[in-house]
Design a protein around this ligand. Sequence first.
Ligand code: PLP
Length: 820
Amino acid sequence: MHKSRYTTSQIREILNAKGSVATDNPISILLTDSRRISNPSGGLFFALSGRRNGHEFIAEAYNAGVRDFVVKQMPEGYFPEANFLIVPDVLTALQQLAAYHRKQFNFPVIGITGSNGKTIVKEWLYQLMAADKNIVRNPKSYNSQMGVPLSVWQINDRNNLGIFEAGVSTVGEMDKLEAIIQPEIGVLTHIGSAHDEGFADRDEKIEEKLKLFKNCRLLIYNYEQLLEYKEAVKTPEKFIWSRKFNQADLYVFSEAAIEKNYYMRAVYKGEEIECLVPFRDEASIENAIVCWATMLALGYSPAVADDRIEKLTPVSMRLELKTGINDCSVIDDSYNSDVQSLEIALNFLSQQNQHPKKTLVLSDIYQSGLQQDVLYRQVAELVKARGVNKFIGIGEALSAHREYFDIPDKQFYKSTTDFLTHLQTQQFRNEVILLKGSRTFEFERISRMFVQKAHETVMEINLNALLHNLNFYRSKLKPGVKVMAMVKAFSYGSGTYELANMLQYNKVDYLAVAYADEGVALRQAGITLPIVVLNTEVTAFEKLTAYKLEPNIYSFGLFDEFIKYVQDSNIFHYPVHIKIDTGMHRLGFEDFEIETLCDLLEENPYVRVQSVFSHLVASDAEAHDLFTLKQINIFEKAYQQIEEVLGYRVIRHICNTSGIIRWPAAHYDMVRVGIGLYGVDAAIPEEENALQPIASLKTSISQIKKILAGDTVGYNRNGSLTKDGKIATVRIGYADGYLRAFGNGVGCMLVKGTKVPTVGNVSMDMCMIDVTGLDVREGDEVVVFNDKLKIEELAKQIGTIPYEILTNVSQRVKRVYFYE
Ligand SMILES: *Cc1c(COP(=O)(O)O)cnc(C)c1O
């Protein structure tokens, strides 16, 4: 965000757009999401056609106050004050505008790409050079066709160095990003197997990535990495680093892990130099060497490089949503603080409906490239627009600009320590608390005070993966087909309002729960979507109507009782859903009952049928396809009969997750997606990686023991090792949902990337695993399942289905939610 240097008509010219400009407005902000508009004045909205047509959101953006739009065609509707710039392709226009803006500046720009480590290297280079440069960079990992132009748009007059990462997933994308970033210095990070799917082979992928550097003066890269691609490197200058090749510009010849650090010696310009990295995992070491090489290539002295690298801090791009003390939720985002990431975090805060109050604890923002009064005025506007009720500002600069903040409940402290000494935690109750601080403010100290102490076994839920999966299924639907998200049984064990908030914000049409109580919990957490209760119970009628929950009516007995209840309560047209039993033989009206049902429904003033539905018994199994077809036929007949007597259209739905992929002709008006949202679908071959597992279950080692061959381990002496070795006791047992069936080597866990078997019986709260030969310590993390060790594999080990593995994880295991 910068002072507007553009106006509508100038941008019209830059884009060579059609359409007339009625009122010329200053433009400073590019908008792409109509839900995230906090300061509409100065905003230019790009109606990108994604999964849903961007044009649908024009009205939403217009109502929020936006007056300037880039569109593919004139939208329908009445927008008297709007300027529409008409272009052949909206994304291309966004990229053109960013490229134009970039051309106005001529300070050095570093372009980073690779398959792993781009964001870490970018953030670390920022940490390493922020002391003497005013740096502009991508917020978080905004490195896509849309993220890069939005990042480059932030360049302003005060910057004197740009660091931008570029990510591509298929051929032809890098040229576009190169034209926007226009880097002068290139940095190549690790190239591994990430995103292999989009390319014919490794060669094609590397060649695509190298296109970012085609106009660079200097490229910094690893010798071994490009050994076979020397011809493809065309930059006039090269800075090569290596851990093997002694002619490299930076040749690392000695390496040793020292406690939690990693010490390296290297030859540079004929001299021996050294560097201490405050990490010891291989990925961090490689990323640190890339940064080391870059600093040297840019002319920093070895002493300064070493001094600064030693102080590197971990980079975490994700927000964490955790359960807090006194009925609070805590959103932890203390990795960095700039206006863009503040905006993202505030946006996530505003999606939380579960508490009546929203609190922001914010530190001073460093290195924004803006004058302090401009910066804090912007921050204050943002905070107000996002509906923050309580504001706590920490730092000298925020304290000095306190009068900008127009919020009744505001407090300011000079430092984190100052805040903590005055902190009375009982004053925080039933609120969402967003912690957003620059590293140096050490907000983790505040986090420790607010977050409920958790047992060390946690299930991490990746909300971005949930969104990815939702969008995957949406992409399989014809326009207009609705989505019902199945959130029964704590969203298959993954959570309640945390997921529902996300699903509601992303506009699914319906939620479904098993029992009324689950629906009540969602309503109490502020969820306003229509909610269907699948297992309707007579005893829960009052709750249903009090909380606007929509019952599934599956039998005559239930029908009669419900009609009686609403009649007595003087309620009319209450929304209900009718379930047809087409073959499951669980709940629902059978085909011979439909006529009687129709008689009851005809001109019945007490209920309104919202939908008619059925459930497929084996939508994923080819062996039962004929049966599935039979189910579909029975269903068609039934709803036609029902619609006829009702005289109005109802929503028809029969597909669950696997049905969506395998039975597209049976999508009707809505689909019900359950397990697929959580990353599992038996109908999709695993190699396709179409879905992302949303849950990882992690625990830790409480003790390590040496065991001799023949020693027995655990209850009933069922476990032993065939040779001398060592076992680790980990903090998970059958009471946490790690079933006893996993014991005695049936199950395995991941320790430092290695799969190791269980030893002996699983106990109630812990179990033992074989860690012979591994370099592990007490306290180390152990993975029970994640994207490498999948739920599907665990299910196979004990002869069950993924549904059962997920829903078994007990409520004692704390859930932590991540969002990037
Ligand atoms: C649980 C459930 C679903 C979801 O099934 P998935 O296989 O998880 O997609 C759909 N419909 C009904 C009636 C259900 O009970």
